[in-house]
Write a protein that binds this ligand. Structure first.
Ligand SMILES: *Cc1c(COP(=O)(O)O)cnc(C)c1O
Length: 409
């Protein structure tokens, strides 16, 4: 990397941040450090903190620096899955604490809180966070964390991160002091943060489309399985923050709980990040073309895409995001029967869960990703039986449109 101190822009950081040619050979790519331990010169005398690979691995260190740079964070921590990253964050909390979630959070996010952490004494409620008054109303004395996804899944609601942070600040005055903590100067999580910690799951946007920390989030979380990995070949997660105390707690938990990613997966992510900005540009371009085309199709009842003027938070999306992303939700006329037929007929779009890869995917939320939500709750969220979710890939968009055209005929 250049030695001048001039700050670099996103595309440059995506390729270079945290990385430099290997000093022993000049290898330009960061090696995959397949090692579990490191030799010490004398007991306790280690090189650059490297003593055991759960605690630190050079391939992971390079990846974490690169990710931190792309999110405007000072620290990043990576995990073996997005849900493992969430688990690390929830370990910041104590029995009796309450978490406020956006109403259509990723199913696995709700499941972890509801089925794992509820037994450990956490409670949670879901609220439509496009309604800031409802968010303020739902904050309780013991609310320690507000967790939101924007754009959300699959309704692609866009939530005002700055607005929710203002609610966290106001809540700092009402949230009760943590019990059992001797040091009264510490906030709820044993950190300097007073009031609820604001976590933004930035998976759908990727660091290229929005940087939640710049809008007031305390923590950003990613399922790197999606756009960060981008090639549907790994499962991983990440957490980033610019709060020093929070970072110290997260670093402790990452090592103490131990759900770290393999060196090979770290290498794959580092390699993927080098094209993140280029991939995202094409994802967004293609999605805009597909959304506009679907919007005019006679068999389509509704297109949900933050880039369309008809989207209820289009103005906010324009302000908060660099572009509108690669995800589209669409309601096909004729409900389950016609949406099922469409899904069986697509050839280029693969019928599969997950998203964010270079190849286009299509799925049916009511039957696939959101089947665990009771029908009435699904209906309340707007997850219609005719709703289809598209993860628009970076293929030639003319072929994508032709595929959808054929499937809808
Ligand atoms: C996939 C996903 C997760 C979970 O991540 P895994 O890597 O599958 O554990 C969390 N949040 C969102 C928005 C996701 O799409």
């Amino acid at each position: 990397m250049a030695t001048s101190n001039a700050p670099h822009r996103f595309g440059t950081n995506a390729i270079h941040a945290g990385q430099s040619p290997d000093p022993s050979t000049g290898a330009i790519m960061t090696p995959v450090y397949l090692t579990s331990t490191y030799v010490q010169k004398s007991p306790g005398v280690v090189i650059d903190d490297y003593d055991y690979a759960r605690s630190k691995n050079p391939t992971r260190t390079a990846l974490e620096s690169c990710l931190a740079s792309l999110e405007g964070a000072t620290h990043a921590f990576t995990f073996s899955s997005g849900l493992a990253a969430m688990d690390c964050l929830l370990h910041l909390l104590r029995a009796g604490d309450h978490v406020l979630l956006s109403d259509d959070v990723y199913g696995g996010t709700f499941r972890q809180l509801d089925k794992v952490f509820r037994h450990l004494g956490l409670s949670c409620t879901r609220v439509d966070m496009t309604d800031l008054a409802a968010v303020a109303e739902a904050v309780r004395e013991n609310t320690r964390m507000i967790w939101l996804e924007t754009p959300s899944n699959p309704m692609l609601k866009v939530i005002d991160i700055k607005g929710v942070r203002a609610i966290c600040n106001a809540a700092a005055k009402i949230t009760r002091a943590p019990s059992g903590v001797a040091d009264k100067t510490l906030g709820p999580l044993g950190t300097g943060i007073k009031g609820p910690v604001l976590v933004v799951d930035n998976t759908f946007a990727s660091p290229w489309l929005q940087n939640p920390l710049r809008h007031g989030a305390h923590v950003v979380m990613h399922s790197c399985t999606k756009y960060v990995g981008g090639h549907s070949d790994l499962v991983a997660g990440a957490v980033m923050t610019a709060d020093k105390d929070l970072a110290a707690r997260l670093k402790f938990t990452q090592n103490a709980v131990g759900a770290v990613p393999s060196a090979m997966d770290c290498f794959l992510m580092l390699r993927s990040l080098k094209t993140l900005h280029v991939r995202m540009e094409r994802h967004c371009e293609n999605a805009m073309v597909v959304a506009k085309w679907l919007d005019k199709h006679p068999k389509v009842a509704k297109v949900i895409y933050p880039g369309l003027k008809s989207h209820p938070q289009h103005a906010l999306a324009k302000k908060q995001m660099r572009a509108f992303g690669g995800m589209i939700s669409v309601v096909i006329k004729g409900g389950l029967k016609s949406s099922r037929r469409m899904l069986e007929r697509v050839e280029l779009f693969s019928l599969a869960e997950s998203l964010g890869g270079v190849e286009s995917l299509i799925e049916h939320p009511a039957i696939m990703t959101h089947a665990s939500i009771p029908a009435a709750a699904r209906a309340a969220l707007g997850i219609d039986d005719g709703l289809v979710r598209l993860s628009v890939g970076i293929e030639d968009v003319k072929d994508l449109v032709a595929d959808l055209d054929r499937a809808l005929k």
